[in-house]
Design a binder for this molecule. Sequence first.
Ligand code: NAD
Length: 414
Amino acid sequence: MVANPYDDARTMFDRAADMMNLEQGMREILRTPQRELTVTFPVKLDDGRIEVFTGFRIQHNIVRGPAKGGIRYHPSVDADSIRAYAMLMTWKCATVNIPFGGAKGGVIVNPKQLSRAELERLTRRYTSEISILIGPDRDIPAPDIGTDAQVMAWIMDTYSMHSDHTVPAVVTGKPLNIGGSHGRNEATARGMVAVLREASEALSFQLGGARVAIQGFGNVGANCARMLEEFGAVVVAVSDSAGGLYNPRGLQIADVIAYHDRIGSLAGYPEADPITNAELLELPCDMLIPAAVGAQITMDNVDRIKARIIGEAANGPTTPEADRVLFDRGVFVIPDILANAGGVTVSYFEWVQGLQEFFWTEREVNAQLERVMGAAFQQVLRLAKERHTDMRTAAYLLAVERVASATMTRGIYP
Ligand code: NAD
């Protein structure tokens, strides 16, 4: 059976809600998205034909601040996956205690099949369609799978054209020359590495010499590989959607990145053996970093996972049932809502800089990022120990409690 990410997100939430004895009314509020918008819109293709696309923007919760979340361009986008990721954003922002709610958007499209001009027209029209929801004080999109800084620039420009003035804070993950933040590109990986360093200290585990397997060699996966290598870890395997590479003696990451940039894929890299994505997950290693797509560690393969530490760079890479098995086996899982929150944290810094029109150096951004991630890791770890539970449940307990208490403090309108 194919996992439904929305069911999984609700299962994770229910687990925390049960442990907190969350009151029934509050449960209903928090397990359902607040606003959902489906848009169907035409785009003129280069050959003159018109194609109609479907997209979404879903705000799960905006009690703690404006909604925040990425926009995904992918053929697998559907309402339930967007609902799930919107909900995850609420918990993620609350886990690291930044003043945002959660949202997510997406368009059902394979962006690789569009020309640049078609992608621009699709983005501008989708932006117009969702402009009834987004805005710098309302809902602030960011890049996700299939979208990048250029797509954010088009969203910012389209929204600004409709507003008759430039509104940089309507999106984050923008190019630097129009108000992007230093350090945003590497922020998710830097945050991931920051919590892995905290984890290695907490578990008395050496990062230097640790063998790491990383699934996904995009922004997050490749930057994690590079940064972990700098800390002395041995990256034994990496992969992209076409397959992976394995070298038990360690890959030279700068060389793999250069090869990937040159060829556009990892296939054929000479200094390693080819492996499948399924094999990568099951390799003998100390740390496993799923940094590609969801539902990778499931009941089908969990018994063969050998890593001691799993850092969830991707959203929802572990199904709730498999998560239980890992916990029972003593595998230390750093959950997505903590592990990959570095991206949204620097997005928050970008938004603050945009509103203040005062920009920070990369050193300032990185220092603030490490402060936020370190504090969040320690709070989650403390709660996990106090409640004798896993890091994911602890992160949910922390996050749900923050959103529930903000809701009660504000009161139920009217
Ligand atoms: P990306 O598009 O830059 O890279 C994705 C990588 O995964 C590519 O190497 C791609 O080939 C690979 N991939 C795609 N489908 C795959 C499959 N079925 N099996 C194996 N590999 C596959 O994306 P990214 O920005 O690096 O994001 C990676 C993950 O991290 C996503 O789940 C994303 O939601 C999550 N994430 C990203 C950020 C961010 O700031 N970029 C923040 C939080 C979470």
